[in-house]
Design a protein around this ligand. Structure first.
Ligand code: ZN
Length: 444
């Protein structure tokens, strides 16, 4: 219970500034699914939480996939006939297709153009492109600049390496009173892009700091991995331990100004699905809940039929539903400290609600206990006493038979989670409620 109400101690302005400042530090780094950009990123996160770093060698087989070669890049450019850099990796790492193989030659305009990507409908934005699993190379530029490439020949250089090495990911585990685990996953493979997904990385880091400082029923595992290959690798390495995972949450796109969106797990009615729905409802702001679909982020791997783990995905505006998505428009100006702080608070609310979702039993189940002599009876409608508080007490007493959790009571009564939790605390204090000995609410 000690985890309750700590959100009130968080100053939204100060925390928003801190999350934003971590993002600013991480923004210039050229990340990909492997390479030194990921290592540098994890090192910076490691200043906040003691991350365990895993290095998985290229060529390692993980289910149907193989860890690819490691990619690193030092520089890349396209020079015109006067020697001027008309496309320059040093100005934006989005200019180079991630995982581009090395190139160093003069080539005709036509050949160069066949390796250039733009977004015609967003001519001011540089697209984010990758070629992780097919050896290729390319440049990305603003569509409006295509017409400036008029020389017959260009000097093209991509100073990269694609060699046997490692795929790097970070893990932070916190033991709770039980071995049952909550997993928080965020992807670390995008270069200078903010909403997708420096917001996920930074919010997860501060969430981990908060959980670390809290008393915990559950154990928590924070995973900072490249998308797809990272989650598949972690699943392959940890298959015998997966029975411990009771809930999982993918964090991404948490800094834009849209309302929250939650994508349900494949199960659709697991504890995480029901908890997030109640938390978003209690926020009192517009939100959306999507059914599971096998497209999107790493929930696809955790929710694949061989695992079917209860993993949902929390975001604001969903991927692909904003024009800045996967482009230079998703920069530091696209997200705000206020939204980051609200996202962190919402994640904390979700964890508090999971922690507080206990089963109790009424110690006086034969007839209603006499509330009046315990100072708990309030006539409905009496001033200074909202009738919901009384209803919450009656609902908690009625459904607390050892089999119904706080979440069950919230759903059945239609009352707010906070109110039901407060009623349970009051009843515990006066001895009318006790925690059930076998309190594995994840089975409910
Ligand atoms: Zn993405």
């Amino acid at each position: 219970m000690t985890i309750t109400n700590l959100t009130t101690t968080i100053d939204p302005n100060a925390i928003g500034e801190q999350i934003y400042s971590l993002m600013k530090e991480l923004f210039p780094i050229c990340r990909s699914i492997t390479g030194n950009g990921v290592r540098e990123t994890l090192k910076i996160i490691g200043k906040h939480i003691p991350l365990e770093i895993h290095e998985v060698p290229s060529g390692t087989e993980v289910f149907d996939w193989t860890i690819p070669k490691e990619w690193n890049i030092r520089d890349a450019y396209v020079k015109d006939s006067k020697g001027a850099r008309v496309i320059d990796f040093k100005q934006s790492n989005l200019h180079v297709v991630s995982y581009s193989v090395p190139v160093n030659k003069k080539m005709a305009r036509e050949e160069l153009l066949s390796h250039i990507f733009t977004i015609p409908e967003e001519p001011e934005l540089i697209p984010f492109r990758n070629s992780f699993y097919k050896e290729d190379w390319g440049f990305c530029i603003e569509h409006k600049r295509l017409c400036d490439l008029n020389d017959h020949e260009y000097d093209v250089c991509i100073d990269s390496t694609l060699e046997d090495g490692f795929m790097t990911f970070g893990e932070f585990f916190l033991q709770g009173r039980t071995d049952d685990e909550i997993v928080i996953f965020t992807h670390t493979c995008h270069p200078s892009l903010c909403n997708d997904n420096l917001t996920g990385i930074s919010v997860a880091t501060f969430l981990a700091e908060w959980v670390r400082a809290s008393s915990r029923h559950y154990s928590y595992r924070f995973l900072f991995c490249p998308t797809t290959i990272g989650s598949i690798t972690w699943l392959a390495l940890n298959e015998p331990q997966l029975y411990k995972v009771k809930s999982g949450l993918i964090l991404t796109g948490l800094g834009d100004s849209g309302g929250f969106t939650y994508k349900k797990s494949r199960k659709g009615d697991s504890m995480i699905d029901r908890t997030v729905a109640q938390v978003l409802c209690a926020l009192g702001k517009p939100f959306e809940i999507y059914e599971f679909s096998p497209f999107g982020y790493d929930e696809r791997q955790f929710c694949s039929p061989g695992f079917n783990l209860p993993f949902g995905c929390l975001m604001r505006t969903p991927n692909g539903k904003y024009p800045e998505y996967h482009s230079s428009g998703d920069g530091l100006g696209f997200i705000s400290q206020k939204n980051l702080a609200e996202s962190l608070k919402t994640c904390i609310n979700i964890i508090e609600s999971l922690e507080n979702n206990r089963c109790y039993f009424n110690t006086n189940p034969k007839g209603e206990p006499q509330l009046g002599r315990r100072g708990l009876f309030r006539a409905a409608g009496r001033k200074h006493q909202p009738p919901e508080e009384q209803f919450a007490i009656l609902w908690v007493l009625n459904l607390s038979d050892g089999f119904h959790s706080i979440l069950d009571i919230v759903e059945r009564s239609g009352l707010k989670l906070e109110l039901v939790k407060r009623a349970a605390d009051i009843l515990i204090t006066c001895g009318l409620l006790q925690e059930s000995p076998d309190n594995d609410t994840s089975k409910i």
